[in-house]
Design a protein around this ligand. Sequence first.
Ligand code: PEP
Length: 250
Amino acid sequence: MGKYVIAGNWKMNKTPAEATELIEAIKPLVADAACDVVVGVPFVDIPAALEAVKGSKIGVAAQNCHWEKSGAYTGEISAEMLKAMGVGYVILGHSERRQYFGETDVTVQKRVRAALDAGLTVILCVGEYLEQREQGVTGEVVAMQTKIALGGVSEEELGRIIIAYEPVWAIGTGRTATAEQANEVCALIRGVAKDLYSEAAAAALTIQYGGSMNAGNAAELLAKPDVDGGLIGGASLKPADFATIVAAAK
Ligand code: PEP
């Protein structure tokens, strides 16, 4: 439905020198990609990553940003700073941020606003915990996360939002959602976008699946009509595996 985007989330891995090495390895393997390719790198790797992606179609994402432009927020990085460096994307609301660093739907909304105002494209992560899936409230949880994060986002701005459906129980666990489960929730998110905006805006929205997507299961997941790409953790650190996933996105 939306444009295919495969994004790597490197999490807290790789020094700047290692980032250069990894991107140099990925670059030739994704040169003919039919989809957009993004690498989400640690803040300190951004200069090295921006240099390394030159001459390729690979975009660079940060893994978070603060909602204020500047100020007394020790340890934080603003969306303006990222934009000034030449970063194109920012991952927001990742479940690891929500789980370990106290991110809430409200702070995610504020970060989305700041990122859009700065001119960045947002990869917005939503997804349920295992207990929520078992209680049958996945739809409600994901719809609520999506609606709150998109609060105040215009239909035009939605063009700079990618939503990543990432069931928390599938992240880093090797336990992938089935293609049917992934498609069902991605379709639900598209339905939320349709209710909030329009049929056209919902159809154009890129909705990724994330959660132990790998070289072996990517093709089946990406073949589903409402799955427009992937947010890839572990497998994005392995050039050949990442390239196989990229090749499956067409
Ligand atoms: C992620 O970090 O967004 C992710 C999906 O990780 P993994 O692919 O390792 O499950």
